[in-house]
Design a protein. Structure first.
Length: 258
């Protein structure tokens, strides 16, 4: 009767070492990407509200899981050296290609502008402007902040409304994504502030947001009644932006997830 021989530990050890080294290298790359995503592409509150966290999961799966797992499966010291190097090169190329795709997706979905339309702000990702072949440098005319804070003006006459409807029909986009409607935020203070929400009603229904507000007021050295509270509608989580009367952004309050 044939009995299978146990696999010696020496069979697994080189694989585990190779996969471990690959994982450590991936950790270094992931740490750099994490810093870029959180600080440059998705500064708070956009990391949680606009998909930064979801994008980070994609990057982590590709960088920390795919490459090291493939190395663990394929690495075999019994192979000829040339064949082994070829296998490892293919793994690295596959990982780089998948990682590049994931990072590109995260990058294009980063918030480029917060546009006020009618009664609230909307997050507009960079991909929206890329699709319209609009350079993000054009947003600097309206705002030097990142993401840019912009007002979208609804036309007041029949000709303007007709032109807007034509654009909406042609581009199949909401008005807050149309560059011709953009105006500097500071020019519309009164209109914007008239849309401020009743923050008392909000914090009475949410103890966590009440605590956030107290921390923000202490940090900004302001009183609750001094500020204006406006809604920012994002993909994953709505936010309340807090402005002073000079329309300077003081901070934000995170609403419960959608």
């Amino acid at each position: 009767m044939h009995t299978s021989q146990p696999i010696p530990p020496s069979y697994f050890k080189p694989r585990l070492i190779a996969a471990g080294l690959h994982f450590l290298a991936s950790i270094l790359i992931f740490s750099l990407l994490l810093f870029i995503i959180i600080t440059l592409w998705y500064p708070q509150p956009h990391f949680s509200a606009s998909g930064g966290w979801q994008g980070l999961i994609i990057v982590a799966l590709v960088d920390l899981v795919l490459g090291p797992c493939l190395t663990l499966i394929i690495y075999n010291t019994s192979k000829p050296k040339k064949e082994l190097l070829t296998d490892l090169s293919l793994i690295i190329l596959l990982q780089v290609a998948a990682l590049s795709y994931g990072v590109h997706t995260v990058y294009t979905q980063r918030p480029a502008a917060l546009v006020f339309w009618e009664d609230k702000f909307y997050t507009v990702p960079a991909a929206v402007f890329d699709q319209q072949k609009i350079s993000l440098d054009k947003l600097k005319v309206f705002s030097t902040q990142q993401p840019a804070l912009i007002y979208a003006e609804k036309p007041h006459n029949a000709a303007g409304l007709k032109a807007m409807l034509v654009m909406l029909n042609e581009q199949q986009r909401p008005p807050f994504q149309l560059l011709p409607l953009y105006r500097p935020l500071n020019d519309y203070k009164a209109t914007i502030f008239a849309q401020g929400i009743d923050i008392d009603e909000v914090i009475q229904a949410n103890a966590d947001m009440a605590a956030q507000l107290q921390q923000l007021l202490a940090k900004s050295h302001t009183q609750q009644a001094d500020n204006i509270y406006l809604v920012l509608e994002s993909k994953y989580q709505n936010i309340i932006l807090v402005f002073n009367t000079d329309i300077e952004l003081l901070g934000f309050l995170k609403a419960p997830y959608k």
